[in-house]
Ligand binder design. Structure first.
Ligand SMILES: [Zn+2]
Ligand SMILES: [Zn+2]
Length: 341
């Protein structure tokens, strides 16, 4: 079967590999139809992912079809179209026991810590499959990405009508905006890239956008919000200096949620933290329960992601096209790879 491997930074290969064995107890064998490309994949390709080992079969955003099931599988059957929850958790650590499977102590993410879905067939635990009879494979492939925003918004415990700011208007920031809007918040977006902010105004119906990198952001934000500051700030940049600055945008008593990950330490302005009695929290991946919820939101049309997909290719074209996707002028938001069978 066709398999794409990231052999080392900057080099994919397309090869023929043996098909997986028949699915074992509790497993399902799935045919891969669509694979979303995200920031993690780009970091891996660029060699900027810490502790990433090569070679690896990437692919953790998957829209799949069930082709066989093992003994004891009842939640899916042959022919079902599914999204894959790629977070393989241990099931017995304190985090798993608390239902926080997204942050399992021994978590292995498909396509990151273990070979993922850039191949025609894989076996996965059947309970990691979330079916939809309605959604196309392309949208099922985006459910995992949407989970990042869904979980971040749940972490913040957003109430209707809150003013919130999302710093970083890349794909992860967009997922936060989408779920914050569903929660009834007034959403503001900040980014260094004016085009991305334009996308937020057109496609995400945000209340206001703020171009970072110049001026005096605290004062300008306060003006935009009629004298107040956001009660929740989500930092989706994964960039340390931005994460430090975001503390200054939160109103007293507010929450700061770090959605993006930075590979290093960040400094916290403690007098500011204490003066405002702020709460800082991290958000990682998404628990299992979020997947059916997101699928419902997509099926009902409350969430739409069509306009997010800016680049598409077939598996045979990825090696040639990927470097061009990474050029700033390409305007990549979400790329989707399709497997032809
Ligand atoms: Zn991803
Ligand atoms: Zn665990």
């Amino acid at each position: 079967m066709k398999t794409i491997t990231l052999e080392e930074p900057g080099r994919f290969s397309l090869s023929d590999t043996p098909e997986p064995p028949a699915p074992g107890e509790g497993e399902a064998q799935v045919k891969i139809h669509r694979v979303g490309i995200c920031g993690t994949d780009i970091h891996a390709y660029r060699g900027t992912m810490p502790f990433f080992t090569y070679p690896v079969v990437p692919g953790h955003e998957l829209g799949v079809e069930v082709v066989a099931t093992g003994i004891g599988v009842s939640n899916v059957r042959e022919g079902d179209r599914c999204s894959v929850e790629p977070y393989l958790n241990c099931g017995h650590c304190p985090m798993c026991r608390a239902g926080r499977t997204n942050a399992c102590i021994e978590l292995k993410v498909l396509g990151i810590h273990t070979d993922g879905g850039m191949r025609e067939l894989i076996n996965v635990p059947a309970h990691k499959l979330h079916p939809s009879s309605v959604l196309p494979y392309e949208h099922l492939a985006l459910v995992e990405t949407l989970g990042i925003g869904c979980h971040a918004v749940q972490r913040a415990g957003l109430a209707e009508g809150e003013n919130i700011l999302v710093v970083g208007a890349g794909p992860i920031g967009l997922t936060v905006m989408a779920f914050a809007r569903l929660a009834g918040a007034q959403v503001y977006a900040m980014d260094l890239n004016a085009e991305r902010l334009g996308f937020c105004r057109r496609e995400m119906q945000v209340q206001g956008t703020f171009l970072a990198g110049k001026g005096e952001p605290v004062g300008e934000l306060r003006e935009m919000l009629d004298g107040s500051m956001p009660s929740v700030v989500f930092d989706a940049t994964g960039y340390g200096p931005s994460m430090e600055a975001s503390l200054h945008f939160v109103q007293p008593g507010g929450r700061l949620v770090y959605v993006g990950v930075w590979n290093g330490s960040i400094g916290i302005d403690d007098p500011e933290l204490h003066r405002k009695e702020l709460t800082i929290m991290a958000s990682r991946n998404a628990p299992s329960d979020d997947f059916p919820l997101i699928i419902n939101n997509l099926e009902s049309g409350q969430l739409t992601v069509n306009s997010w997909i800016t680049h598409r290719c077939r598996e045979s074209e990825l090696m040639e096209q990927f470097p061009a996707w990474l050029q700033p002028e390409a305007g990549l938001l979400k790329g989707v790879v399709s497997f032809a069978h």
